[in-house]
Design a protein. Sequence first.
Lengths: 157, 157
Amino acid sequence: MEPKGPPNSPNPQDLPRYFRFFNEVGIVNQLATAMFEARLPKGILISHFSVLSHLIRVQDGRTPVELARAFQVAKTTMTHTLAGLEKRELIEMRPNPDDARSKRVWLTDQGRTFRQDAIMSMAPDFMSLAAQYDVERLDAMLPHLEALRKIMDAARD
Amino acid sequence: MEPKGPPNSPNPQDLPRYFRFFNEVGIVNQLATAMFEARLPKGILISHFSVLSHLIRVQDGRTPVELARAFQVAKTTMTHTLAGLEKRELIEMRPNPDDARSKRVWLTDQGRTFRQDAIMSMAPDFMSLAAQYDVERLDAMLPHLEALRKIMDAARD
DNA sequence: CGATATTAGTTCGATATCGAATTAGATAAC
DNA sequence: GTTATCTAATTCGATATCGAACTAATATCG
């Protein structure tokens, strides 16, 4: 064991290690996205599904800006995503009584059902994954990813 | 410790755990992408940078199809990305002597220099990250991510 | 109160990505 | 060896995402 220096001594030698890690994260993300979207009806993307899930998790009635911030996408992107969901009647946009500039987003029954069905349709993929890769390993990584995310999130001033 | 059952018993109860994991991966990826691209000259995206890096890592002289497969993007997407790199003279496209339908992609000196400069310009971000998050934790996750990626990759028949 | 600055949402133009169709060349089958 | 099939790359049309500019409403501040 090396004597432990200061908590972390930033070292330019480490650069490739970061690249490798983030590269791998990117690949996993791409594969997961492809896996998810293969199960979604065409025209519905992860972005749509994620908004529905978010609204269930944190309660609906959020404003578009809140959603854009939560997903860290441009406001215009959220406008577009919400328009798609509204067109399919998975959400409803109502005026925000607290602020006439604003709106609030509500899930429709169809929206809730749709999400539930989508999740169920993905189950087989996860089951087949579970057969080859112990879920525990994902759980073990989660706290580390969360810690990383929080730091990176705080860093983007 | 629980008695160890069969290696992994796929269990529908685990679904939310997968979602949480892949969701977190997505967020980290998004933050990393934003961090990288903030350092790249405008008009250059991660996709461009990644192709340059790939060509250095596995040797240039690859064909567009090979690159499209390596990154798992549509051929048309790679055509587009390569066009951007060529316009900026970071790569050169030459005919493939082995196959008249095909081309081979070569790095220019400018391309190599560009990549090196880009990496150096990102160093400060990584250093500041390293100060708060031990690189060892990333290294520890890497093999697990790689294993996961391989399984998912094989699964996408 | 009234002027200024900020904020919510949209429209618009640019670019990234994809799938379908196309063209030219290579491979396979008979 | 000729025909049919497959493959490499591009073009085209559709959609996702973004930033800049805009409008309307709210907040701030003198």
